[in-house]
Design a protein around this ligand. Structure first.
Ligand SMILES: NC(=O)C1=CN([C@@H]2O[C@H](COP(=O)(O)OP(=O)(O)OC[C@H]3O[C@@H](n4cnc5c(N)ncnc54)[C@H](OP(=O)(O)O)[C@@H]3O)[C@@H](O)[C@H]2O)[C@@H](O)CC1
Ligand SMILES: Nc1ncnc2c1ncn2[C@@H]1O[C@H](COP(=O)(O)OP(=O)(O)O)[C@@H](O)[C@H]1O
Ligand SMILES: [K+]
Length: 505
């Protein structure tokens, strides 16, 4: 399923209409009918529907929904918020149809009594503004949206909750519709995945309206779905041996922080690594070894409890991860730079490793093997010289610019993790929950990703599947054994067992 900007969606509509010849009025009919079908499944016949329409094509969808629901036996009213002469084109065509079918149309005016309308309403359908919304809500939209948000009726939005933008834009108003459900037309828009806007959508579903599959070919941004996982997760051969499943090297930890490297390694093993070696300071080995009997160790030279620069033979390894629990001391900065230069295999840099490369980003471009960076928004802000709030508002464009500029795979972590390739293609992972919002989750993810990188031919598939599995395990554990308060990274690692069992059954 693709993810689009407003501009891209308009282009897809244009291609469908001009190059394939599907009339805009038919697209609007399809949109309204697809949403009406969902509403019929959701509502009983005694629930009275009030549809709020604006001047654009989003309102046009509202007129089709009105006619279709009325025909299905529902009591429907439409409140038009703009003057008659503002409704044009396809929307005007469908408005006329609604009227000729005997629909009830109310017009907004200064003295309109919304309270009275609310008394005759069980469900608000918000068809005021869609992808054409610009800036803060103007009157009377702002008053109507404020009223609807205070009303305790079910609120269903068409395509986008009115008042929020489709893209990574600011300028929205807090009165934007807080929908219970949003029926998104054809493809989620960027704002569906932005922290600032996601909650306005409520629960969302995508409805198809007949856009041809080939019209999407220029869109390089999509959701990583259950189906994507089924198509790309490698199966195990009956004749495989430990070497077939990858030999990984985890570099990290310090005298005072042995835990995170233990989590990464445990996750890598549980995710199916063939062989795993942990490179850490000698002082950290006993505590890690006590938890992980399956790993082997490479005692690295340390200074003051931190890993220091040293000769390292990385040639036996299929993938390397560096950074977790390593600390920010100058000693570990040197080893990070050295590994960036000498790892002739896929390399994942996380946590303190990201801190160390912030002033050496150009060295990433010189690598001839894939490099993966896994920042959370704070680390992304540091790497891209932006503020955290700018990263949260523009995660999709900032990731893309960075990944393309430095030739890296970027996994920008968060409630919706964004995976970007050096070519600028992007995938959004939807699994995971707030139980992951605690120390240790990122360390576990790094381990799962390390293993996936060793087992997939395509790094993007590895990263997307790794993020999916990590989040899916958290979802499973919160649903069956834990809550999003008590979930620990070790529980997430344990939950992988169930996820793999389900995927292979
Ligand atoms: N073929 C297609 O394209 C299909 C499109 N489809 C549907 O169309 C939707 C996009 O339609 P659209 O482009 O007409 O934009 P839409 O969001 O309805 O409204 C724009 C109007 O709103 C106004 N306005 C803007 N900002 C405002 C604000 N802050 N406060 C107040 N008013 C504001 C603006 O006024 P203006 O600024 O021009 O004065 C303009 O008149 C899309 O989301 C989907 O639902 C489907 O039917 C499938 C086929
Ligand atoms: N609210 C949330 N919903 C879903 N996933 C989340 C949420 N918060 C955090 N995560 C996930 O948890 C992990 C946290 O990583 P990170 O911030 O590096 O944590 P750590 O401090 O454990 O290293 C990431 O995979 C991120 O996508
Ligand atoms: K809307």
């Amino acid at each position: 399923m693709h993810i689009v900007t407003a501009k891209e969606m308009y282009e897809i509509d244009r291609i469908t209409m001009e190059e394939y010849g599907l009339d805009g009025r038919i697209l609007m009919e399809n949109a309204g009918r697809a949403i009406a079908k969902q509403l019929e499944g959701l509502l009983s016949l005694n629930q009275r529907i009030t549809i709020l329409v604006g001047s654009g094509n989003n309102g046009g969808d509202g007129f089709v929904i009105g006619r279709t629901m009325m025909n299905a036996g529902y009591s429907v009213r439409i409140l038009q918020l703009v003057e008659d002469n503002r409704i044009r084109g396809d929307a005007q065509y469908h408005k006329q149809l609604f009227l000729s079918f005997g629909g009830t149309l109310l017009h907004w005016n200064e003295s309109f009594d919304l309270k009275e309308l609310e008394e005759e309403t069980d469900v608000w359908v918000d068809a005021m503004l869609g992808i054409g919304a610009k800036g803060a809500l103007r009157s009377p939209f702002s008053e109507v949206c404020t009223f609807v948000n205070r009303s305790e009726r079910l609120t269903v939005s068409v395509d986008i909750p009115s008042g929020i933008p489709a893209d990574e834009e600011s300028g929205y108003t807090e009165e934007a519709i807080h929908a219970d459900i949003t029926y998104i037309i054809e493809a989620p828009k960027l704002s569906t995945f932005l922290e600032r806007y996601a909650s306005y959508y409520g629960r969302w579903e995508v409805v198809r309206i007949g856009i041809p599959n080939s019209a999407w070919s220029f869109i390089k941004r999509a959701i990583w779905s259950d189906q994507s996982v089924q198509q790309t997760l490698p199966t195990r051969s009956r004749f495989s041996h430990k070497g077939s499943h990858g030999r990984g090297f985890v570099i990290g930890g310090s005298q005072s922080m042995p835990g995170s490297v233990a989590l990464t390694s445990s996750a890598a093993l549980r995710a199916g690594a063939g062989l795993l070696t942990i490179g850490t300071v000698p002082e950290a080995i006993p505590s890690i070894a006590a938890q992980l009997t399956e790993a082997t160790f490479h005692a690295m030279k340390g200074q003051n409890g931190w890993i220091q620069a040293q000769e390292l033979d990385l040639s036996p390894y299929d993938s390397v991860v560096i950074g977790m629990g390593m600390g920010r001391a100058e000693e570990t900065a040197s080893i990070t730079r050295q590994v960036v230069k000498s790892a002739h295999c896929p390399l994942l840099i996380d946590a303190d490793g990201l801190y160390h490369i912030q002033h050496h980003k150009s060295s990433l471009r010189e690598r001839s093997h894939p490099t993966v960076l896994t920042p959370h928004p704070g680390e992304m802000a540091m790497l891209s010289n932006q503020t955290i709030s700018s990263v949260l508002d523009h995660p999709i464009s900032i990731s893309k610019t960075f990944a393309m500029e430095y030739g890296v795979y970027l996994v920008l972590k968060g409630p919706f993790t964004i995976i970007t390739t050096p070519d600028g293609e992007q995938w959004v992972n939807l699994t995971g929950n707030a139980g992951l919002a605690k120390g240790g989750s990122g360390d576990a993810l790094a381990g799962v990703l390390l293993t996936m990188m060793m087992q997939h031919e395509t790094i993007q598939h590895a990263l997307s599947n790794g993020c999916y599995l990590h989040g899916k395990s958290a979802d499973y554990m919160v649903e069956h054994q834990h809550s999003d308060r008590d979930l620990l990274a070790t529980d997430v690692i344990h939950g992988l067992i169930q996820i793999f069992r389900t995927l292979s059954s």
